[in-house]
Write a protein that binds this ligand. Structure first.
Ligand SMILES: C[S@@+](CC[C@H](N)C(=O)[O-])C[C@H]1O[C@@H](n2cnc3c(N)ncnc32)[C@H](O)[C@@H]1O
Length: 185
């Protein structure tokens, strides 16, 4: 069971524009996002992915960014405001044991869980909650850092996601990550 969440100071590093040289959000997510989509960024931290997602979904789309740490979310809100994207991003702070997304049942086109599952204490209920929010044929991209998560542990993570009802689609190439695109059929 994961005990620790990513410290806030690491949140600043993760939001650095330099990270784009290695993990470019447009390249990683562009193939899966269309204008007007409703997207979830789970474990959003300071919005490294939420802000580009808000650009990609356009003025008719929406990004719902959720994290357990208030400081991460407050920083994301400031960045979204500065970038003129505040009206496309809804932020939420959740407790560690629940994402509290019941109001979004079958409402989401695409969800991102990037470098979060290894910090989650109950991956089974985590994936079940996400599954409940996804529309039919909607997708979830899970990516975990190679440095923290072995191939074997990533396979366990994927099995748990499958037990929640997700189906494997493809293995996108994401630098320094183990990644899998899943779908709700
Ligand atoms: C390593 S950071 C990754 C942040 C972001 N996805 C990125 O790639 O830049 C993990 C984030 O997940 C959040 N987190 C950890 N456990 C969580 C949970 N149970 N529910 C929501 N957020 C969680 C942490 O607070 C942290 O901001």
């Amino acid at each position: 069971m994961a005990e620790r969440v990513c410290p806030v100071w690491v949140g600043y590093l993760l939001a650095s524009p330099l990270r784009k040289l290695l993990q470019n959000p447009n390249k990683i997510l562009g193939p899966f996002i269309e204008e007007g989509m409703k997207v979830l960024d789970i474990g959003c931290a300071m919005g490294f992915f939420s802000l580009p997602l808000a650009q990609m979904v356009g003025s008719k789309g929406k990004v719902i960014s959720i994290d357990v740490q208030e400081k991460m979310v407050k920083s994301l809100e400031k960045r979204a405001y500065k970038a003129g994207l505040k009206n496309r991003i809804e932020t939420r702070i959740c407790p560690r044991n629940s994402l509290g997304l019941h109001d979004l049942a079958e409402d989401i086109d695409f969800a991102l869980a990037f470098a979060i599952v290894h910090e989650v204490s109950n991956p089974s209920s985590f994936f079940s909650e996400i599954f409940g929010t996804i529309k039919r044929n909607g997708r979830l991209l899970v990516a975990e850092p190679k440095g923290h998560v072995s191939e074997k542990d990533f396979e366990i993570t994927v099995s748990v996601a499958e037990q929640s009802g997700f189906r494997r689609i493809e293995k996108p190439d994401v630098a320094r990550s183990r990644a899998l695109l899943l779908e709700k059929r």
